[in-house]
Unconditional design. Structure first.
Length: 99
């Protein structure tokens, strides 16, 4: 099944609507004609470089705010793996010096 992104739908709507065609640049039209090639190259790159040590994650970005919050949440989760939180530290067994 072919993926149709928000960006691709935006370009299609501008091509189909005479009132919006002025918003398209020559670069938009040229890249739109190569959309399938770009998507295939992206998928091949993901397949070739995705590893257990350094996996790829794809964030849906149709809604910018949700995408950013999801990415921040994911990064926080990944960055804190194996890190003891302050409430998890047994103060009697570890001596921590501040300052």
């Amino acid at each position: 099944m072919r993926e149709v992104s928000l960006e691709e739908r935006r370009v299609e709507s501008r091509i189909d609507d005479g009132r919006k065609i002025w918003k398209l640049s020559l670069m938009d039209l040229k890249s739109y004609s190569r959309w399938y090639d770009y998507s295939r190259a992206r998928d091949e790159m993901f397949a070739a470089t995705n590893t257990g040590f350094a996996p790829w994650y794809v964030a849906r970005s149709d809604h910018k705010r949700h995408a950013r919050l999801n990415i921040i949440s994911h990064l926080f989760e990944v960055a804190t793996i194996g890190v003891k939180r302050r409430n998890d530290v047994d103060c009697h067994s570890e001596r921590v010096r501040y300052g």
